[in-house]
Design a protein around this ligand. Structure first.
Ligand SMILES: [Mn+2]
Length: 273
């Protein structure tokens, strides 16, 4: 397993669970100093960072790009994939497609979290899921040209009514024959929704494509009550070799959160069997 840490460049997301903020070069420097393998980027749009500049920053620090979030489509532009209006859905898909095009050349997948939307405003739960399925099909197909999957993240019940539990998302992807989509298993959401976080990860097997490594209260691992050791043991059992990415509050401050997460990552992935 590899380590990653989140960097947000979206002022509208202030207060959200991102460790580093605003200054991408400084975030890359600190991430490298602390020993991270990669960063996970949350940009306001696909053209906010010039690819050549990002390439230079990453190469200069010896970092990879783990994944790129699409949530600014919601928090900044108020778009999501299940909106009543087809033109808004289409804009939401275009936004995500542009992020795939930005991330793809770095070998990084795009993440669909808040952009999955929800039912409401005259859209039934079935209609919302169908809209999500149509979008995942199109966008996952688009991602294939870069040799990367599309990453879909089940969220807790307070954030979406699309999929809250990992096993429900797995069944739906399989039944709907949606290909090239892998799941983001976020330990914070799972702690709210799963009966047993470790068992859910084990059952998801090779559907697990990315992990948000965070404690029960969205603080860095070690500041909550989640049994992270059991979760990591389950990931080891299923042969997961992707990222454990710190999507946590910058508590008590970004650098301390980054160091705390790295200590936990090293403890759980190297010292224990
Ligand atoms: Mn997450």
């Amino acid at each position: 397993m590899k380590s990653a840490i989140t960097v947000s460049l979206v002022p509208e997301a202030r207060g959200g669970p991102f460790v580093f903020w605003d200054d991408l070069p400084a975030a890359c420097r600190t991430a490298r100093e602390i020993g991270y393998d990669a960063i996970e980027l949350f940009p306001p749009s696909a053209d906010a960072v010039r690819p050549a500049e990002l390439r230079k920053l990453l190469d200069g620090e010896g970092l990879r790009l783990a994944a790129v979030g699409t949530g600014a489509g919601w928090v900044k532009h108020r778009l999501h994939l299940a909106q009543p209006d087809e033109s808004a859905r289409s804009q939401a898909r275009d936004f995500i497609r542009s992020i795939i095009d930005f991330a793809g050349p770095f070998g990084a997948p795009a993440i669909i979290g808040s952009m999955q939307g929800r039912s409401g405003e005259g859209v039934s739960k079935d209609e919302a899921r169908n809209a999500l399925g149509d979008a995942l099909n199109q966008l996952a197909e688009h991602a294939k040209q870069f040799g990367v999957p599309l990453i879909y993240e089940p969220l807790n019940r307070y954030e979406t009514d699309q999929f809250n539990r990992v096993a429900d998302a797995v069944s739906w992807l399989e039944d709907s024959k949606i290909e090239n989509v892998r799941l983001l298993c976020d330990l914070f959401h799972m702690n709210i929704e799963e009966t047993d976080v470790a068992a859910a990860l084990r059952d998801a097997g090779n559907h697990v494509g990315h992990v948000h490594f965070v404690d029960s209260n969205r603080r860095p691992v070690g500041h909550g009550h989640l049994d992270v050791g059991r979760a990591i043991a389950a990931l080891r059992d299923i042969g997961y070799d992707g990222y454990l990415s710190a999507e946590a509050f910058p508590y008590p401050d970004p650098e301390s959160a980054a160091r705390q997460t790295m200590n936990a990552y090293r403890d759980f992935t190297t010292h224990r069997v």
